[in-house]
Design a protein around this ligand. Structure first.
Ligand code: PAF
Length: 282
């Protein structure tokens, strides 16, 4: 496994593969890797000839400076995990490499970013759009791998790839969960034992809501019940619990009219903001 730090280094590495038509797979990450990331990495190694993982905590996608400062980091451990997984290359740029000057670029993803993460984290998807475009331009992968855990991000990146005609095939990898249902997330490392237990409400509430929707209860009735469940859980602050059509990301009020539907939730558990989603009809 080789670690590289700049676009110029990658360009000279990439020249070696250009002549034999090898496919390049990219897994963009912000580090603090867990089994969920390793699922993406395994898919990348399986599907592409050359695997590249990037590790970069992207400042422009954090709307909250404290969240950025507290974002977990474990570079040495990450590199050991990636080496063991059989990754070929790891890109670990510095901020000044990705942002040689302050950027004023503005992406507007329209209705896709007016709700949920886009509404609660203003500027977040602009930062994601900028960094993912930069990574795509620098690495020039044939395939890129993202997790379904960030469902709205997936919709945004699909849109970005179409709008900017990136010749890249996107591969979306299902969410990895702990045995009790908690979705793996780098942020879980910041949960203490009691908050780790409380965090289960995110998954359990989606499972309950899915069951009730499939039994014929109305969305508004189900949503009200879930909001009440969250209110009863001390130390957990619900931001949203919504039903969406996962391609267009429009909030739905009527389950029976949807051909595809997913539940999306975001909540603060103590000081840690967690998100999750669950397909109801896929
Ligand atoms: O999903 C993430 O970890 C980040 O949003 C990404 C795609 C690596 C961009 O910084």
């Amino acid at each position: 496994m080789q670690v590289f730090y700049t676009g110029a280094e990658w360009t000279s590495i990439r020249l070696q593969f250009q002549s034999n038509n090898s496919t390049i797979g990219l897994v963009p990450t912000m580090g603090a890797l867990h089994e969920g990331h390793l699922d993406l990495v395994a898919q990348c190694i399986q599907q592409a000839d050359i695997s590249v993982v990037s590790i970069f905590v992207n400042p422009t996608q954090f709307n909250n400076p404290e969240d950025f400062e507290k974002y977990p980091s474990s570079l040495q451990e990450d590199l050991e995990l990636l080496e063991k997984a059989g990754v070929d290359y790891v890109f670990v740029p510095e901020v000044k490499t990705m942002y040689p000057q302050e950027t004023n670029l503005k992406f507007d993803f329209g209705p896709l970013e007016r709700v949920l993460e886009g509404a609660f984290r203003p500027g977040h998807f602009n930062g994601v759009g900028i960094i993912v475009s930069k990574l795509f331009n620098m690495i020039q992968p044939n395939l890129a791998f993202f997790g379904q855990k960030d469902l709205q991000q997936v919709a945004i990146i699909k849109r970005l790839v179409n709008d900017l005609s990136f010749p890249i095939q996107l591969e979306i990898v299902p969410t990895r969960r702990e045995e009790d249902g908690l979705a793996l997330s780098s942020r879980n490392r910041r949960l203490n034992k009691s908050d780790r237990e409380k965090a289960l409400i995110l998954y359990r509430s989606m499972v309950l809501a899915k069951k009730e929707l499939l039994e014929g209860k109305s969305w508004l009735e189900v949503q009200k019940k879930i909001h009440q469940e969250f209110k009863k859980t001390e130390g957990v602050d619900l931001e949203y619990f919504e039903l969406v059509e996962p391609d267009r990301f429009e909030l739905s009020t009527e389950f029976s009219t949807l051909k595809k539907a997913s539940l999306c939730v975001a909540a603060y558990v103590g000081e840690v903001r967690l998100i999750d989603n669950l397909p109801v009809i896929s």
